[in-house]
Design a binder for this molecule. Structure first.
Ligand code: BGC
Length: 805
């Protein structure tokens, strides 16, 4: 142990108290030994340091910071250098705000377009997500502070995220849900990682030895700390035993005392606690010095960085007859509320309090355009508004081109709740129809951090997507519209025609406890390409104001080389993608999988030889029988493409196998060979899992326990509990109907009972929750007794915790 000497001077109390927060955001100090505390704050598209009231839902304000484009946006840049540069800037803000660990990036896989937090995540593809995340980590850590990739792992739905159990086979786990983390950890070397709220195959992520030790440490060589998601620790002792270091936020001494008692009773050895403390101290000592001095960051410079990041991430989806870029002096009407009140980030714990926020209408005068006027066109909250619509149509008639700013509103995309559908708000599409009657030259400028259905796409000549582009996104978009920059981003996720087409359509979100990942490996384009499902815009797709030609592919076992030529008349960048495909293998696999990419900038007419390396992930599959990565021997096609559905060059390489036998010998697996996984039977899923499907039903005639969600109280034995449930459901439904979901109520509604203790800073202890549960389960007297006794004990513990410094 690195800090053996220091640890030998610490009391058991001090050691155990180190392993959970001092308050909502900080770790504990041990003053007498000179152990400093560090500050953790949300990110990752901007620092969210709360100086006042703390919360993890983005409800209370934070200190102003630059709001960069969200991860979903940055992933469209496919530009690992840009991501690293942006993250360095982010780190400067962390340092000036004395934040030692930034809670991000988020790199959960976009299993369904409806996950409410997709805007915070990179991609449906683990390779792209991993590479982008590694860049964030490197950029942040260059400055001596740390990132904290999250949420490890298989946390792809918001609904009951603290109570659900992600059930999936080991191969899908490794290839889809862990590969991104693997890349981020191996290449970025983060000093912290955040465990997810959910269970993975029955075990809470924060208590999973398999995830936290066997894979993270033993396989990937992680040497940082595991931080629980806020309130996500279930059994602190089990967490520490499994490899978790820091329970957040504080429980006012409650969990700490549990740990002390567990050591004293021999349930967990003190040596394990020492080991965790040592690992934690090692990280604290590495990240603390960076924030010791007072520094300031250059607000204007960082705003410019945010703009540069946004510029690199814009995706041109459609551009008929080269309507874009707009000609100098083009007569345009600007329509859409988002042009005045930009949609630039999502809701929840990642919300950044911008240093400055520019809207299109603030700055359009600086561009060479003849603006005939602005009209909001629609009510932002989705209410139909005839007058607004009419006014906009009148305005549209006066212009040659309409710039129509539409997209998802902030309430559609929030932490804590998943989207209900994949459509744009109806009043926006109704407006679009109306405008088409007045002026066909509509350029749709989209905002939103996740795919939407676009039945209207065929009727407009141009669509350009800015995603959630941060505080400087408006200027970036205007520069793209007017041709000052060439929009060269490509989609980091597929845009299906209909939500019903998506692979997890029948399985997402989980209804009760189990979130069954029946679609297995077939997430996003892996499904669409294999099962031949047409999509509106495929993964990896994006146009630009120029064109690229791919020629002369040469491949070896180590790399692919080809020539890329900018054949158009504008300078621009192309994101060349390398997919690997094995079509006659014995082990089932998607038709093609992304295994490399490069963003190449070329001047008009320029040509360059491009090399993409084939790394250790290019040919591997995870073998559920040998329980390790294997390679199936045979011929592999290397496909170089401009998108997952636009393969320009192919060549074959013969690869030697690692010798393992095909692990799949079960007849029930045919759906996984064909990719037709929309309706996987129990038998097929069990064949994939290698065991029976765990019972995921709520025990609706039984009693509730610590890990049941509060929303399950509808079957509580106590009438009062059922009444409380009714009231909460009423508030929840009412706020949702109003289009303004109450995040606080939703958080509590979906939270397991234990969360009451984990999220109240010790005011309600776990013993008190046990009392509440007894009452909920119809044992009022017994429960009330426990509650009262727990109350006085909790006061004592909190007092002690307050003295621990
Ligand atoms: C979120 C995390 C976040 C944490 C602290 C949780 O609810 O899931 O992503 O970092 O709160 O705000």
């Amino acid at each position: 142990m690195k800090y053996q000497e220091l640890i030998s001077k610490m009391t058991l109390e001090e050691k155990c108290y180190m392993l959970s927060g001092k308050d909502f955001w900080q770790t504990r100090t041990v003053k007498r030994l000179g152990i400093p505390g560090i500050f953790l704050a949300d990110g990752p598209h901007g620092v969210r340091k709360q100086a006042g009231a703390a919360d993890q839902l983005g409800l209370n304000a934070s200190i102003p910071a630059t709001c960069f484009p969200t991860a979903a946006t940055m992933a469209n840049s496919w530009d690992v250098d840009l991501a690293e540069e942006m993250s360095e800037t982010l780190a400067e803000e962390m340092i000036s705000q004395k934040v030692n660990i930034l809670l991000g990036p988020g790199l959960n896989i976009k299993r369904s377009p409806l996950c409410g937090r997709n805007f915070e995540y990179f991609s449906e593809d683990p390779y792209l997500a991993g590479k982008m995340a590694a860049s964030y980590v490197k950029g942040i850590q260059k400055k001596g502070v740390s990132s904290c990739p999250k949420h490890y792992a298989v946390n792809s739905q918001e609904l009951r995220r603290m109570a659900s159990d992600s059930v999936l086979d080991e191969r899908t786990l490794r290839e889809i849900y862990l590969t991104g983390f693997e890349i981020a950890v191996r290449e970025g070397k983060p000093k912290a990682i955040m465990s997810a709220y959910n269970r993975v195959n029955g075990v809470y992520a924060n208590e999973s030895k398999h995830l936290l030790r066997e894979i993270l440490v033993d396989e990937w060589g992680f040497d940082g700390i595991v931080v629980s998601d806020w309130g996500g620790s279930n059994d602190h002792v089990a967490g520490v035993e499994a490899g978790a270091h820091l329970e957040m936020p504080t429980t006012g001494g409650d969990s700490d005392e549990e740990l002390i008692a567990a050591v004293k009773s021999g349930m967990i050895s003190e040596a394990v606690v020492d080991e965790r403390v040592d690992e934690l101290l090692s990280v604290i000592m590495q990240v603390y010095p960076a924030t010791e001095n007072e520094t300031e960051f250059d607000v204007a410079e960082h705003h410019a960085m945010a703009q540069k990041a946004a510029e690199g991430s814009i995706v041109l989806l459609k551009n008929d007859k080269h309507i874009l870029p707009l000609k100098s002096g083009a007569k345009v009407a600007v329509i859409g509320d988002f042009a005045k009140n930009p949609r630039y980030q999502g809701a929840g714990s990642s919300v950044v309090n911008c240093t400055k926020l520019e809207s299109t209408m603030d700055i359009i005068k600086d561009f060479d355009l003849d603006v005939v006027g602005f009209s909001a066109g629609y009510d932002r909250m989705g209410k139909p508004d005839e007058a607004l619509k009419k006014e906009a149509a009148e305005l549209a008639k006066k212009a040659d081109i309409v710039l129509l700013y539409i997209g998802l509103d902030e309430l559609s995309e929030s932490e804590g709740l998943d989207r209900m559908h994949m459509k744009l708000p109806k009043n926006q599409t109704v407006l679009l129809k109306e405008l088409l009657k007045a002026n066909k030259n509509i350029v749709v400028v989209l905002s939103g951090g996740a795919p939407v259905e676009m039945p209207w796409a065929d009727h407009v000549p141009a669509i350009i997507h800015g995603y959630l582009s941060g505080q400087a996104g408006a200027a970036a978009m205007l520069k793209a519209l007017t041709g000052q920059i060439n929009p060269c981003g490509k989609l980091s996720e597929s845009y299906p025609f209909h939500y019903e087409d998506t692979p997890a359509f029948h399985y997402f979100p989980s209804k009760e406890r189990n979130a069954e990942y029946r679609e297995g490996l077939y997430v996003g384009y892996r499904y669409y390409t294999t099962a031949n499902i047409p999509v509106r815009y495929p993964f990896g797709y994006g146009l630009s104001y120029t064109a690229f030609k791919y020629t002369d592919l040469a491949v070896s076992n180590e790399k692919a080389e080809f020539t890329l030529t900018n054949t158009g008349s504008a300078d621009g960048a192309e994101v060349a993608q390398l997919y690997v495909s094995m079509q006659n293998g014995k082990v089932f696999r998607p038709l093609r999988e992304l295994k490399g990419f490069k963003k190449v900038f070329l001047k008009a007419g320029e040509s360059r030889r491009v090399t993409i390396e084939l790394d250790d992930k290019a040919f591997r599959y995870f073998d559920v029988k040998t329980n390790q990565w294997e390679i199936e021997g045979g011929d592999y096609q290397i496909q170089i493409g401009a998108s997952s559905e636009d393969i320009r060059l192919t060549a074959t390489v013969a690869i030697a196998g690692s010798g393992a036998k095909n692990p799949y010998d079960n007849d029930n697996l045919s759906c996984y060979y064909s990719g037709n996984i929309k309706e996987v039977t129990d038998a097929s899923f069990e064949a994939l899992l290698g065991h029976t499907i765990p019972d995921g039903k709520w025990n609706s005639d039984g009693s509730l326990d610590l890990n049941d969600a509060i929303c399950q109280m509808y079957y509580a034995k106590s009438r009062i509990a059922r009444l409380v449930w009714k009231i909460m459901t009423g508030i929840k439904n009412k706020s949702e109907a109003k289009g303004k979901p109450n995040l606080n109520v939703l958080f509590i509604y979906n939270m397991p009972f234990r969360g009451i203790a984990k999220m109240t800073g010790g005011a309600v202890s776990m013993d008190m929750v046990r009392g509440i549960l007894d009452m909920v389960n119809g044992h009022f007297g017994k429960g009330f007794g426990k509650l009262v006794k727990g109350f006085f004990a909790a006061r004592k513990t909190m007092k002690k915790a307050g003295r621990m410094e």
